[in-house]
Design a protein around this ligand. Structure first.
Ligand code: ADE
Length: 232
């Protein structure tokens, strides 16, 4: 799968994809990352990429021309790429989006800086707008990295064991049940004794109960949705 990043700071993003699971996915060509810096497309003689807001207002915006030309270039090279703008006014990014987008051939993340984008860029080019949470960051790069990580895990063969995708949190709308490693006792704390007995249907039923309790405690918002869907 191909990921294009439109960013003034490609080095922030590149570092994240050099190690661990995603570093291996890049090496094995399971995911391909391409970087486009709007500064390279600026027609301003000082290569400016920001501009003041028309009508006044605090701060600067990303100028329209460098980003528009960057996206046009990407579309010319990679016409099927889904263009995603990272912005705090986007819809909240969810696991279901990660799974859906992992089926795309290519995704382009457009990362804002300053006070955001000229709205016409969004109207003209955005297929979707995403936020990674209700807080304002200094730029879209972290959001793009988070989205790219969550999507990449759902690309076939990126995770060594694809079973991890089945049981993990947010599947079936519940948080994942608690898990343990060896030793069975650690500083006077024991793992759940039933987990040691090898009765897999019993273990599954305990895990389901624990997943329900954990969801109810930590994420009452998710729990009420699960409850409502069972009551239908
Ligand atoms: N850019 C700035 N804040 C952001 C957020 N919360 N999500 C996505 N992109 C952003």
């Amino acid at each position: 799968m191909r990921f294009n990043f439109v960013t003034l700071f490609p080095n922030i993003v590149k570092g994240y994809f050099t190690d661990s699971i995603l570093g291996r996915a890049v090496e094995q060509n399971l995911i391909n990352l391409h970087f486009y810096n709007p500064r390279d497309y600026s027609k301003n003689r000082h290569l400016k990429v920001d501009d003041a807001k028309v009508g006044g207002g605090a701060g600067m915006l990303m100028a329209i021309q460098p980003i528009a030309d960057t996206i046009k270039d990407i579309k010319a090279k990679d016409s099927k790429s889904k263009i995603i703008f990272l912005t705090p006014v986007g819809k909240p990014f969810k696991q279901i989006d990660a799974k859906r987008l992992a089926k795309e051939e290519s995704v382009t993340f457009v990362c804002g800086r300053y006070e955001g984008f000229d709205e016409r860029l969004i109207e003209e080019y955005a297929d979707e707008l995403f936020s990674i949470g209700d807080y304002v960051l200094t730029g879209g790069e972290l959001g793009a990295m988070i989205m790219c990580d969550a999507i990449s895990r759902n690309v076939p063969n990126v995770l060594g064991n694809s079973d991890s995708l089945i049981e993990e949190s947010f599947e079936n709308s519940l948080l994942e049940a608690p898990s343990f490693t060896k030793p069975n006792f650690y500083e006077k704390k024991a793992v759940i004794s039933e987990f040691l007995k090898g009765n897999h249907s019993k273990i599954a039923s305990i895990k389901r109960c624990l997943a329900l309790s954990k969801t109810k405690y930590f994420r009452p918002d998710i729990y009420s949705k699960v409850k409502a869907s069972h009551e239908k």
